[in-house]
Design a protein around this ligand. Structure first.
Ligand SMILES: Cc1cc2nc3c(=O)[nH]c(=O)nc-3n(C[C@H](O)[C@H](O)[C@H](O)COP(=O)(O)O)c2cc1C
Length: 277
């Protein structure tokens, strides 16, 4: 019979709520408590995907860990699914007890970033997310987009607005005809000069009204002139109906990994902005 007679200290993606948590669950392990190592370890971020903890003879610190009870069989199972460069060894906790712990092999930390000062992986990744530079770049014809931009700024995004060189005709009817046609035909609009350097942002959120069920010509232009490689993209649309069927089709086809949201006239329905939280 499987008996959970071992204690395993984990310090990375096996922790609760993180990517490999299920490996512990599937191995029948039970969470006991949070703890820390004694002051004798250093922590490294391996390509920002997972940490490697190494014991050092001096200059070490504590590292946050979570303790699990686990069987020998369960431990083997967990180890077989660990990322490369990690192994299991005896480690010492801050209260002096010895348990098994996930540690890095010396080779794996070469050229990797030391993150010991963060005290643990969880603290490191939450800091990283908070410091991530985010841009909201948007177009607005009748001002709804500006309301969205204000909220995005409050949420920590830097904001850039783009404007088209030409306006739509003054008459509502002709504006709908011309704008609707251009959008439907996936036309691009000539944009007034704006700062196209987005190299300092990791995340870029686009804002656009829905015209004729789809992207505005201004959004088409933005998507074609910006260098979006390696960016985390998302889209926020505002429309009279809160929908944009053709836009959804294009998103699924051209940006299948980008989350998107539709807001129904955020001027008339400010509560729609809660969808951004
Ligand atoms: C040319 C044009 C076409 C539009 N087509 C649609 C549409 O197909 N569906 C919809 O729900 N709203 C449509 N609208 C309404 C806008 O999407 C909506 O008013 C939006 O909130 C405007 O954002 P803005 O104030 O930032 O320009 C259209 C507006 C214009 C000017």
């Amino acid at each position: 019979m499987k008996q959970n007679n071992l204690v395993l200290a984990v310090n990375g993606t096996l922790m609760r709520g993180l990517e490999l948590e299920n490996n512990l669950k599937e191995a029948g392990a039970f969470f006991i408590k949070e703890s820390k190592t004694e002051k004798a370890y250093r922590l490294y971020s391996i390509d920002d995907k997972y940490p490697a903890m190494i014991r050092v003879s001096n200059g070490g610190n504590t590292v946050d860990v979570e303790l699990y009870s686990i069987s020998e069989e369960g431990l083997k199972q967990v180890l077989s699914k660990e990322p490369p460069g990690l192994t299991i060894k005896e480690i010492t906790l801050i209260d002096g007890t010895s348990v098994l712990g996930v540690v890095g092999l010396d080779d794996i930390i070469k050229g990797q970033k030391e993150i010991t000062t963060y005290g643990g992986w969880r603290n490191y990744i939450s800091n990283k997310e908070n410091n991530m530079k985010k841009l909201f770049i948007y177009y607005s014809y009748t001002g709804r987009g500006d309301i969205v931009a204000q909220r995005m700024q409050e949420k920590g995004y830097e904001v850039r607005k783009v404007e088209t060189v030409k306006n739509l005709p003054k008459s509502f009817f002709w504006a709908m005809m011309v704008g609707g046609f251009q959008a439907g035909a996936k036309k691009k609009a000539k944009l007034k000069d704006f700062d196209k350097d987005i190299s300092m942002y990791e995340e870029v959120a686009f804002g656009s009204p829905i015209w004729n069920g789809t992207f505005t010509p201004a959004l088409n232009s933005l998507l074609s002139v910006l260098d979006l490689s390696n960016k985390k993209l998302s889209f926020i649309f505002y429309s009279g109906s809160g929908e944009g069927k053709e836009a959804v089709k294009r998103l699924n086809k051209e940006y299948p990994n980008a989350p998107y949201i539709f807001l129904k006239d955020p001027k008339k329905y400010p509560e729609e902005l809660k969808k951004l939280d």
